[in-house]
Ligand binder design. Structure first.
Ligand code: ZN
Length: 458
């Protein structure tokens, strides 16, 4: 696979660039504060120990093994920790000394450095979870960058004498949830059971299933039902539609429907406050013309298509961020690992990925994907029993709540079919009950954009 990867062409990334990139995200996470100088110099009120040792001048995807240190009863990995004998935080009069290089570590994780420089890809061209530091050091369900920020926050509070609060969401909520559905299939619920009946020569059952198929709507032709179910939980759905119905060249399926035929049936669903965004078909994450073509199909029908998520969570770290900016998408919400729920960039708030070719932050906002239904129960991913799902997700949900983040949920419309007892409507209901009972604000893509843009300007 690696032979087909786009070449590396990184621009230099200076210390100042890394510092500014990380601090910009810090300022979006916390309420506005008194300006305080943060850096590696003796003269900085908050001084960090420098530990990168030229790492960012090279092209190694992985830094040296992180140390482990405890912060607020949590053991955390610290990359670029060259002075393990130094205390994590030393508070003096008018000054704080941070004994680790939080800035380098946060930049490394948030920017997506490992993905850009690694040449490992899976059969779908994706950076595999198994190649990640999150997998190697076992911290995919911990938003480590938010913990780093918590240390920095403590230092700032000491120096300024003022408490810093995490920013709030709509209605003063401490955290938020973004409920999304990729619409891959509307007409294929009958296929697997009919095939299974045929395989066991149960012709009576096969005949019944075929008859139903030709006389009744398909169980996955359920978008109004999805909208109503989500609405009953007090939330609004976002549908990501695939405008491409032809299979990819390698045989990977795209939509089993034609978007322009479906779109005319959606007026009620849209009036109920559902948003429509683009689900970029196979190949669009590396091809500007294809992505443009798909985007036009969605935008043709009105002021939608500000955001996207790629089908199969396709993402080529070396080219996709630039492509998303080139086509002026305001947000993307592809970045989660298909193989495991949690935090692909170790961060639980929307952020700007790094454009390594330009050596600066991308313009679009990444709303990280935390949990996809297929991840929870799938032959290639996790195989959680139905009753294990919410307990498995709970520590991750607690982290997002604690740090004022956004929990992005992907539940395909297929999995609102009551026939699915593994990762189906029941498990979705349990997750939604958890979000509501913990007072998450339900937000859609444009509400998240508005909130983050307001933070960037304050
Ligand atoms: Zn898809």
């Amino acid at each position: 696979m690696s032979a087909a990867l786009p070449p590396l062409n990184p621009a230099p990334v200076s210390t100042e660039t890394r510092l500014a990139y990380v601090l910009r995200h810090f300022q979006q996470a916390y309420e506005p504060m008194v300006t305080v100088s943060i850096g590696y110099e003796e003269t900085n009120a908050i001084q960090l120990m420098r530990g990168d040792r030229g790492f960012f001048e090279g092209q190694n995807p992985y830094p040296p093994t992180p140390t482990r240190r405890e912060w607020r009863h949590q053991m955390l990995p610290f990359f670029f920790d060259c002075f393990p004998e130094e205390p994590l935080l030393t508070l003096k009069s008018g000054k704080a000394l941070i004994g680790v290089d939080l800035i380098s570590a946060a930049f490394y994780l948030l920017s997506g450095w490992q993905e850009y420089f690694s040449d490992e890809r899976d059969q779908h061209g994706r950076f595999p979870f198994s190649a990640s530091v999150q997998y190697r050091y076992g911290f995919v369900d911990t938003p480590v960058v938010n913990y780093y920020f918590d240390i920095l926050k403590t230092a700032i509070e000491h120096v300024t004498g003022q408490p810093l609060q995490t920013r709030r969401w709509a209605g003063g909520a401490a955290w938020a949830a973004f409920i999304t559905h990729d619409i891959d299939n509307l007409y294929s619920a009958w296929k697997a059971p009919a095939k299974a009946a045929l395989r066991r020569f149960d012709l009576l059952s096969f005949g019944r299933k075929m008859w139903r198929h030709f006389t009744r709507p398909d169980a996955w032709d359920n978008l109004a039902h999805v909208q109503q179910t989500v609405s009953a939980h007090g939330a609004k759905s976002t549908f990501f539609f695939l405008p491409e119905h032809r299979k990819a060249a390698n045989g990977t399926p795209n939509a089993d429907y034609r978007y322009h035929q479906v779109r005319s049936l959606l007026n009620n669903v849209l009036q109920a406050g559902t948003s429509i965004e683009l689900h970029g078909s196979i190949g669009t994450s590396t091809n500007a013309n294809k992505l443009h073509y798909d985007a036009e199909q969605i935008c043709h029908f009105g002021p939608t298509g500000q955001g996207l998520r790629f089908h199969y969570l396709s993402w080529e770290p070396r080219t996709t961020p630039a492509l998303v900016d080139e086509l002026l998408f305001a947000f993307d919400t592809t970045l989660g690992f298909a193989e495991h729920f949690g935090f692909r960039n170790s961060y639980c708030l929307p952020f700007q990925p790094f454009n390594f070719a330009l050596g600066k932050a991308a313009d679009f906002l990444e709303i990280p994907l935390n949990v996809m239904d297929a991840t929870l129960h799938h032959p290639n991913y996790l195989q959680l029993a139905p009753e294990e799902i919410l307990p498995a997700l709970t520590p991750m949900l607690q982290e997002i709540e604690r740090f004022g983040g956004v929990c992005t949920v992907l539940w395909h419309n297929e999995n609102f079919d009551p026939a699915n007892k593994h990762n189906g409507p029941r498990q979705f209901h349990e997750l939604m009950e958890y979000l509501r009972s913990h007072n998450a604000a339900y937000v859609n893509g444009s509400e998240i954009l508005t909130a983050i843009h307001a933070r960037q300007n304050s």
